[in-house]
Ligand binder design. Sequence first.
Ligand SMILES: [Zn+2]
Length: 166
Amino acid sequence: MAYAVMHILAVIIFLDLLRHYVFKKNKFPRYLVVLGGIAGLAPDIDIPLGGLLHLITGKEILSHGTLTHSFLLALAFFAVGIFLHSKKNYVWSRISNVIGVGIFFHILLDCFYGSGMEKFFLWPFTKILSACNLWDLYPYGNHIDAVLLVLWLVHEEVHQKVKDWF
Ligand SMILES: [Zn+2]
């Protein structure tokens, strides 16, 4: 699994680039970028929540890397986003889609970083995604975080986008 910083940073950078280069800023308000970043970390809520449930019930009700780390959960948010868009509820459609992007990125990163949870990414099905074993980036996590953050800051400064954050 990737570190928490990467889970947030990767989604924020992706959504911020979309905001600047694909959508107009007024169609893609800044809160969506922040929400996406939080959604990028959200699947790991199963760690404290699972621990709490275990403490209360004494049973393993929510295991790390199952329900919240399933690509099907991301697809469910995209499906809701498409449905809401068809009903012309654009605000909640975008919110649902950025949450889907956050969850999707989280699972992708856990896959690339080698999480040992490959058999859960299509939960509740048990198909193992063998491509996840190829990357094993976990030992380089801190370095990748730092390089990505520096590159993004340089991009924001060079293209004079830092002021957009204030
Ligand atoms: Zn995770």
